[in-house]
Design a protein around this ligand. Structure first.
Ligand code: NOJ
Length: 613
């Protein structure tokens, strides 16, 4: 059964996180990069030119114009995505909470970083019980974030910067303050009664044993109509009844409303929880209790039910009319489950997130096995190493001593693999988790309920660290969430000055992604597959190959690379980027010694007799 995002992934990850704050940034990276008119740049410019000409000639087609390159790759495969948690990115009005104008003011930064699309976590009107994931109006902007006019402005500015906007669509549930639910709960005969899931109890007990993902029973008693309603998350987040066609039609219409406003796609929240067993079969109970003291259960009858695929197909049908992308919050147990979300006929999600990567330990052999499996599925991978629900990647993969180096290794890996990466704000500067120390300081309700085992998600949602000015220059007011002390070292302004910073490393990597054709659509070829310490692979396209070699251990590693069997010449390489200064001018990789946690990336020439291979 598929895992849900908190029960089977976030919690183990949180416990495993190695927290080592106040580590000085490393000074060992060394970057070399050549930019120029590469094949990939040419794809981009020809695509853009063609699209623009067609759009001008036939204005009616503008919304539908396809931005595929001449090899048939859609735009989202070229793009680097970046998640923004809007409360925490940039506050423009001094109320301590980030907003749309704040995001607009930082588009220059994102462009310079190499970002092509931003996914903004929910910014719709909401009582904010779950910080926006409890929506009370799907077609507006919450006052705390601005107005629809601000959104339109952001959209226009995004266009100017070549940055597309993706919104977060909370499909599984609404807020209990949404007018639909207000109507639904008013009486058993309300128009919208069947928009949610209402059931009688069994005697004085809830209808069955289903447990909420956020603690306690998944059924809430409602005095007014003497029935229970179902909520997979907080009681203030009643689940929509997706068996009701009126719900489905309305939600599809909402996506269209935003597409017409220029939105380039949606990240679909909790899609795997859309359906529940209509027979209300009890979930199997497992041994032990969770952080909230509830029995562990296998969410067999509330999670990843097959009906979800029908909804995804319909959502995709609407998205395709607008060349929009659907990203899934898809917590899966294995690659086969992940693959199913693309649709048997590639007619569901274009980008189901591979969130399994976030649960893996930092290890060359563990990553290799996973990457091999994902590539073997034949689908276009979507790699993610962090988000607003899980401990920051700096802490999670870090060993407590070499976290900066490991942060660079993780970037070197997931930004050079085949697929589309989705970054999480602040990851590029090595932002760290800052969990509350006392229960009374916790803001995230699950942290209050599950304290001290579950401290909530405040720690990974702290304000973006722009400089070492007060409040990390995030806000002139009092920030809604605590800025960690490490902001004095880990911040954009400082790191821009330091050529060896994590930020510079990201910038160079992202530039490479946009310029090296092999890094974009080259195949993935694992090298030295038995090496437990060094992850090495090729990205190979028609005319080019790039080699990536990462020492994922704390000891120096000698690496022998035989590239001749791949038609390549290990003695003819052009170093593109490395953290190891001694390899800066290296022109051969047949045998190299990598310092602990060093990463090395180079363009490799063909071997003389490669024509025969
Ligand atoms: C997943 C979101 O990422 C999380 O932040 C939220 O609390 C739940 N879905 C409920 O919407």
């Amino acid at each position: 059964m598929a895992a849900c995002f908190l029960r089977e992934y976030t919690r183990p990850v949180r416990r495993a996180a190695a927290c080592s704050a106040n580590i000085e940034p490393s000074r060992n990276s060394d970057v070399i990069l050549e930019r120029g008119d590469t094949p990939l740049r040419r794809y981009f410019s020809s695509t853009v030119l063609l699209t623009t000409l067609v759009a001008f000639a036939c204005p009616g087609l503008r919304a539908q114009s396809k931005s595929k390159d001449d090899r048939g790759h859609p735009w989202y495969q070229h793009a680097v995505f970046y998640e923004i948690y809007p409360r925490s990115f940039m506050d423009s009005n001094g109320d301590g909470i980030g907003d749309l104008k704040g995001i607009a003011s930082r588009l220059n930064y994102l462009k310079a970083l190499g970002v092509d699309a931003i996914w903004i976590a929910p910014c719709f009107p909401s009582p904010q019980v779950d910080f926006g994931y409890d929506v009370s109006d799907y077609e507006n902007i919450d006052k705390m974030y601005g107005t629809l006019a601000d959104f339109d402005k952001l959209q226009r500015l995004g266009k100017k910067h070549g940055i597309k906007i993706i919104l977060d669509f909370v499909v599984n549930h609404t807020s209990d303050q949404h007018p639909w639910f207000v109507d639904s709960r008013a009486s058993r005969t309300s128009n919208k009664r069947d928009w949610y899931i209402w059931r009688d109890g069994v005697g004085k007990n809830p209808p069955n044993n289903w447990i909420s993902n956020f603690g306690g029973p998944a059924w809430q008693w409602d005095e007014r109509t003497s029935q229970y309603y179902y909520h997979y998350f907080y009681p203030q987040q009643p689940d929509l009844n997706w068996h009701n066609p009126a719900v489905a039609d309305t939600m599809f219409g909402t996506t269209e409303w935003w597409y017409r406003r220029g939105v380039a796609g949606f990240r679909l929240d909790a899609v795997d929880a859309l359906f529940e067993d209509p027979n209300l079969t009890n979930d199997p109970v497992l041994p032990g209790v969770d952080a909230y003291g509830d029995p562990n259960v296998n969410h067999k009858y509330t999670h990843n039910l097959p009906e979800v695929h029908g909804v995804l197909k319909s959502l995709r049908g609407v998205a395709d009319k607008y060349d929009a992308v659907l990203i899934g919050e898809t917590w899966t147990d294995n690659v086969a489950q992940l693959r199913a979300y693309y649709g048997a006929d590639h007619d569901e999600l274009q980008m189901p997130m591979d969130l399994m990567l976030t649960g893996l330990k930092f290890s060359a052999s563990v990553f290799r096995a996973h990457i091999d499996a994902v590539n073997a599925s034949g689908e276009w991978p979507v790699f993610v190493i962090g988000n607003h629900d899980i401990v920051r990647s700096w802490n999670r993969y870090g060993d407590g001593t070499h976290n900066d180096e490991i942060a660079k290794d993780m970037a070197a890996m997931y930004l050079t693999l085949r697929g589309t990466p989705i970054m999480y704000y602040g990851e590029e500067i090595g932002m760290q988790n800052n969990d509350p120390q006392r229960r009374e300081d916790v803001k995230d309700p699950i942290g209050k309920l599950g304290w001290p085992k579950e401290k909530g998600r405040d720690g990974e949602r702290t304000p973006m660290q722009w400089s070492d000015a007060p409040n990390a220059a995030f806000s002139n007011g009092i920030p809604w969430n605590v800025v960690p002390e490490t902001y004095k070292t880990y911040n954009v302004a400082n790191e821009l000055k330091d050529p060896n910073s994590i930020l510079h490393w990201y910038k160079k990597l992202l530039a490479l992604r946009h310029t090296e054709a092999a890094l974009f659509d080259g195949s993935y070829v694992a090298l030295n597959e038995k090496d437990p310490n060094v992850l090495a692979y090729l990205r190979k396209s028609d005319g080019e190959a790039v080699i990536v070699v990462i020492n994922m251990s704390a000891t120096p590693q000698k690496v022998m690379l035989d590239l001749s069997s791949h038609g390549l010449n290990a003695d003819s390489v052009k170093t593109l980027l490395t953290t190891q200064s001694s390899l800066r001018n290296s022109s051969a990789v047949a045998q190299i010694t990598l310092e602990p946690f060093a990463a090395y990336i180079a363009r490799v020439g063909k071997s003389r007799d490669s024509a025969h291979r």
